[in-house]
Design a protein around this ligand. Structure first.
Ligand SMILES: [Zn+2]
Length: 116
């Protein structure tokens, strides 16, 4: 059900953005999802398409960019791709690592067609 509530918040975001820019019809919705965000791609897309169909944006295309996680070690400075949120540094074994990317979930862009 996590993905369904995310899908609903995406649609709310799109509604807000559209209102801010004076309306139009949404052609494409682009979303960035980090691999460590805990969002399941298939479940999310399924939910989003379901929610979109019942919204004013039925027919809008959805594009998802998955982002590979990247972490930096606070001890030796090694940067690596962690497999989990609490991965240790592959070089020195330290757990003082900082996640740089991989947890994002955001609306990247909207392609809107206006009548004017
Ligand atoms: Zn290290």
């Amino acid at each position: 059900m996590h993905e369904l509530s995310l899908a609903c918040s995406v649609v709310e975001l799109v509604e807000k953005e559209l209102a801010l820019h004076g309306g139009g019809s949404v052609r494409c919705i682009e979303i960035t999802i980090g691999d460590l965000s805990g969002v399941d791609n298939d479940a999310f897309l399924f939910s989003l398409n379901m929610v979109l169909e019942r919204s004013a944006f039925a027919g809008a295309r959805v594009m998802v960019d998955r982002v590979k996680p990247l972490a930096v070690c606070g001890v030796c400075g090694e940067s690596f791709s962690p497999v989990s949120l609490y991965a240790s540094c592959p070089k020195c074994g330290s757990y003082k690592t900082r996640l740089v990317s991989g947890q994002e979930f955001r609306l990247t862009s909207l392609i809107v067609e206006t009548d004017k």
